[in-house]
Design a protein around this ligand. Structure first.
Ligand code: ATP
Ligand code: MG
Ligand code: ZN
Ligand code: MG
Length: 475
């Protein structure tokens, strides 16, 4: 990829979130992630090119120096900042505009700075051969997987119903989504196969912005927000069926949609419980008590888990994400007074902002501040800064996505393993589900700004009071 010879025809719209828009290269396994900002500001960008460059460099540093050591290097691809020709960026923005979902168009792509983040395309692993079955990639935005136990929590409901489930009621009440998702993160993070299966089934039923499926790098399943057509589960089954035909099913092509979906979810659960490539799966007992790892809003039948949670193996992606999320030990209610302490201090001593690395740089010194935090509040600014840093890291872990790539094992590979044709015939006829190799990554690891903390407190209060008002009685 030569940065001075960029051609918009080599790139196509790939997807977007709230903060950035992503385009993918049509031949090589690369994406460009460009910043977005509110459409009102489209005439005058909110920051200079240098500031945009700094912002993206901060994202790279935060991901590679902070999140990577907490989540595990093997899951992280931090990418690099690139400077693109402005004409290329302008043409690109025109090209992708009509493919963008209408509900995302309250923001526009940054066409002024020429800066972008260049990353490997995680939906299309580089080794994929066009002659082989394309890989399936599943993107899950799991959200927060634990109930707060901080003594600062003022409303009892927060210790019983998880944030995601309460937030669903709030979003439906405010018209953001038409219907509530029955996905509960605590089920996904439980390590219990049945609960994880249940959680993923509900992600498929109501994906919102928490679930997407890609085939050979193309998004084939995601939420159709804004449009009235219901999700096309049949079209998904049509895509998935060839991956899950085996044994008798392959011969008489008789496999119910339910069976295809069950197999698909099972493979995904296996991938999430695998070490994500290498490493031994040491089983760590879940330190959370059974009572606290179950959300009262989840429809999973509690009777079925009377034997308790198996806990997540310590080398799994879910375990690492959950551990990082749990750096939020005080809850926003306990954290906010510490934020105020830091804010007051910075008002009195504005120059200290740099010393405390409030806006980065996200380097080893930042990591040290984060880790060398005293257990008890000694009233110091240092303690408050460390807790704020920890909280922001936890926020990033509550907002990241997991990408699971499933590559069907090819017959050539089986040949390599020296399988006899007899054995292959037996596998062909057997009822054993087909084999996949997995690779698991984590994406979207941007640092959350310091000033977003007061907003977090207000949002928390609104969500909780909405839930208490409606009594969780929405459809
Ligand atoms: P959010 O609103 O969740 O914070 P965001 O604006 O920070 O999102 P991302 O989540 O990083 O943006 O990217 C938007 C989408 O682009 C992702 O959901 C994913 O589908 C796709 N994407 C991002 N990075 C990659 C990558 N490296 N490879 C493939 N697809 C990617
Ligand atoms: Mg995202
Ligand atoms: Zn829940
Ligand atoms: Mg993000």
């Amino acid at each position: 990829m030569e940065l001075d010879k960029m051609d918009e025809n080599d790139w196509k719209y790939h997807g977007e979130g709230n903060k950035s828009l992503v385009v993918s290269h049509v031949q090589i396994s690369r994406v460009l992630r460009l910043l977005k900002y509110p459409a009102e500001d489209s005439e005058n960008p909110p920051q200079t090119a240098e500031q945009a460059f700094r912002q993206i460099q901060n994202i790279v540093d935060f991901s590679s120096n902070v999140m990577s050591s907490l989540l595990g290097e093997k899951f992280i691809h931090s990418g690099e900042v690139v400077k693109l020709p402005l004409e290329f960026v302008r043409q690109l923005s025109i090209k992708v505009q009509h493919q963008r979902p209408a509900w995302r168009c309250d923001k526009v792509m940054d066409i002024y700075s020429g800066c972008a983040l260049c990353l490997p395309n995680l939906t299309c692993p580089a080794l994929h051969q066009p002659t082989h079955t394309p890989p399936l990639c599943i993107e899950i935005k799991p959200k927060c997987g634990f109930l707060p136990s901080s003594k600062h929590v003022s409303k009892d409901i927060k210790t019983k119903v998880c944030r995601f489930c309460m937030h669903q009621h709030y979003k439906v009440a405010n018209g953001k989504w038409k219907s509530r998702s029955l996905y509960c993160p605590l089920d996904l993070f439980s390590g219990n196969r049945q609960r994880m299966h249940f959680a993923i089934r509900h992600l498929i039923e109501e994906p919102q912005n928490n679930f997407k499926i890609f085939k050979g790098g193309q998004c084939i399943y995601s939420s159709k927000e804004g449009s009235d057509d219901s999700l096309d589960l049949n079209s998904l089954l049509h895509h998935l069926r060839p991956y899950f035909m085996y044994g008798n099913n392959r011969i008489n092509s008789h496999m119910t949609g339910k069976a295809v979906l069950n197999d698909f979810i099972q493979v995904l659960v296996n991938a999430l419980l695998s070490g994500g490539g290498g490493g031994d799966g040491g089983l760590v007992t879940d330190r959370r008590g059974e009572g606290r790892s179950f959300c009262e809003a989840s429809l999973f039948n509690k009777e079925r888990i009377r034997h308790g949670s198996q806990g997540l193996p310590s080398d799994t992606v879910l375990f690492r994400i959950l551990q990082t999320q749990m750096l939020d030990t005080l809850d926003i209610e306990g954290l906010h007074p510490l934020y105020r302490r830091v804010e007051q201090h910075l008002q009195d001593f504005p120059k200290e902002r740099t010393h405390h690395q409030i806006d980065g740089p996200y380097n080893e010194a930042f990591m040290e501040k984060l880790q060398k935090c005293p257990t008890d509040d000694d009233g110091s600014v240092e303690y408050a800064v460390a807790k704020v840093h920890q909280y922001r890291v936890a926020m990033t872990a509550k907002d990241c996505s997991i990408m699971v790539a499933l590559v069907p094992s090819t017959e050539e590979e089986e040949d390599d393993e020296g399988l006899s044709s007899q054995r292959r015939l037996r596998d062909f006829l057997s009822s054993r589900p087909p084999a996949f190799s997995y690779s698991v990554s984590i994406l979207d690891l941007d640092p959350k700004p310091f000033d977003s903390i007061p907003r977090q407190l207000r949002l928390d209060q609104r969500i909780v009071s909405c839930y208490l008002r409606t009594g969780g009685a929405l459809p």
